[in-house]
Design a protein around this ligand. Structure first.
Ligand SMILES: CC(C)CCOP(=O)(O)OP(=O)(O)O
Ligand SMILES: [Mg+2]
Length: 239
């Protein structure tokens, strides 16, 4: 069974396979991605129930802009709707919701809703969901480098003072006491990191499962967590 004391603190999920799932069922893109959003809510609830502290989900990558405008609009509308409903739902007490990624490219209304939700929940500490919107790992590291270079230029730090943690402080995921995912799960059979949290996933256990995201059940999630718990994490040290 699952051991609460061996639960990963921070789980990252690349939710993949929605379109294939929808096509199999002859669903519209809206129904398809709505099912993906519903699955996210289910898995977030399980995380909270089982003692995971942070869940980061890859909701929209910098590369997703190349999709047909109709689909991008559907996704943006859905993100806004889901965040607005979270904002209104006080039963989500204790849950913090924040985003990572370049929000300046998102529709104004979504930027506003996301900021309101982050502001309204920033003090909550029971559980933290981080939604990666227009996020890219290389872009994240690039913006962090620019911030550090700025500090050197302002004379706040010397070049020789630049350490791993100086850079980590500027990464977009600095907002959690568990900034680095312990476990990455990607659904749909794709075995790629797709420019997700490149720096932060340096030592994450990675699990690639065949199920399409909307089909990813409680039992699949429990199995993934059990696999994680059985792995001996070495962080590069000897056995
Ligand atoms: C935007 C993203 C969360 C949707 C993930 O599913 P997908 O649209 O990539 O679905 P496919 O991999 O089946 O095309
Ligand atoms: Mg895909």
């Amino acid at each position: 069974g699952l051991r609460r004391d061996l639960m990963p603190k921070h789980v990252a999920v690349i939710m993949d396979g929605n379109r294939r799932w929808g096509q199999e069922r002859g669903l519209s893109l809206d129904e398809t991605h709505r099912a993906g959003g519903k699955k996210l809510a289910e898995i977030a609830t399980l995380c909270r129930k089982w003692g995971v502290k942070v869940l980061t989900v890859f909701a929209f990558s910098t590369e997703n802009w190349t999709r047909p405008k109709e689909e991008v609009d559907i996704l943006m509308n859905l993100f806004g709707e889901q965040m607005a409903s979270y904002l209104g739902d006080t039963t989500r007490h204790g849950i913090r919701v924040s985003t990572i990624g370049d929000k300046s490219k998102l529709p104004e209304i979504l930027q506003k809703t996301a900021s309101q939700l982050e502001e309204a929940t920033k003090g909550n500490s029971k559980f933290h969901t981080i939604v990666a919107l227009n996020y890219g790992g290389q872009q994240d590291i690039t913006q962090a480098c620019k911030k550090v270079a700025g500090k050197v230029k302002e004379g706040l730090i010397e070049v020789e003072d630049i350490t791993k943690s100086i850079i980590e402080q500027e990464l977009e995921t600095n907002c959690a006491e568990y900034p680095n995912p312990d476990l990455l799960i990607r659904t749909s059979g794709e075995i790629r990191v797709s420019n997700f949290m490149l720096w932060q996933l340096a030592y994450a256990e990675m699990l690639f499962v065949d199920k399409l995201w909307p089909d990813f059940q409680e039992s699949d999630f429990a199995e993934a967590l059990r696999a994680f718990q059985q792995r001996q994490r070495r962080y590069g040290a000897q056995a």
